[in-house]
Design a binder for this molecule. Sequence first.
Ligand code: SF4
Ligand code: SF4
Length: 318
Amino acid sequence: MKGAAKVRVQGAAEPILGRMLKERGLTEPPLWKSRPPETRARMARWTELGKVRDGAVNPRRTEIADIGAETEALKAMARDLGASVVGCARLTPLMVAEGIDLPHDYIFCLVVGEDYGQALGGPRAVETESTSVYVRCAEIATALADHVRALGYPAVAHHNGGDDIMALPALYAAGFGELGKHGSLIHPTLGASFRPGFVTTTMPLALDEPYRFGVQDTCMKCNICANNCPAEAIPPANEYEITEGVRRWITDVEKCYTVSRLREQYCHICVDVCPYIHKENGDPVRKAQYKQYMAMRKKAGYRTPAWFPEQAAEVLDE
Ligand code: SF4
Ligand code: SF4
């Protein structure tokens, strides 16, 4: 499968971020520089796992008599390893990065949900949760790819240790939910509080289908993420593109980076203010946490990067 997706590379090699750092005479984004050693260790772990995404394929292939049963077995394995939701899709060029040729036909998607309650602990707590969950996704994807290769089929794990896969179209096709105006996919149970991992393979998989539950209609009327984005990086409802029949709002990455990379604090505000944290799943605990978080934002001032009201004056001085 020849890739056609413009996948944004991670790290300082990302052209927009690289230029912004150069313009400011910086060698590293302040966010990364301020990371504590344990966060750096977790990131080093997914980089290490990036080196074992592929491997030898068992020459004695196990023939798949029942594709549905084998797919279910793989899904059960992923759940046992800690995946919150799993789904499968046929691999398409828009799921693969331009310049990459992946000789695979299917993509197995998994996500691990994040603990939304960490939003109440501030940006460091949210960043710690996100990097921990990314590592878990990388470990699960690596184990699944190993397993599929042991069955005799080529398989490669994809996660934050590699940039080959465009997550959003793959997750959408595999039934994980709809794209929200904040640019993240919204799942009915998890909201956008999750991180993904993937396995691409030639092993036949039973396919899931896109799942729509009214998110994009809500986004046409709701502006909570845009009204809370400190960088004003999220477009208004009527500014979207259509790709393969799916509405896509494009976040202004350069504006976003001024807050999410060039400050020392993690920014996850657009995801944490989205009412789909509790709207579809009706979880009373999440609803209470959301109300508490939104009350904090109201006190701090909606469009401020400050997480806590007492931090607002200090942030405005930056
Ligand atoms: S906050 Fe509102 S507009 Fe933004 S993604 Fe969520 S539902 Fe859509
Ligand atoms: S991460 Fe922060 S700055 Fe970037 S779009 Fe979301 S709220 Fe705006």
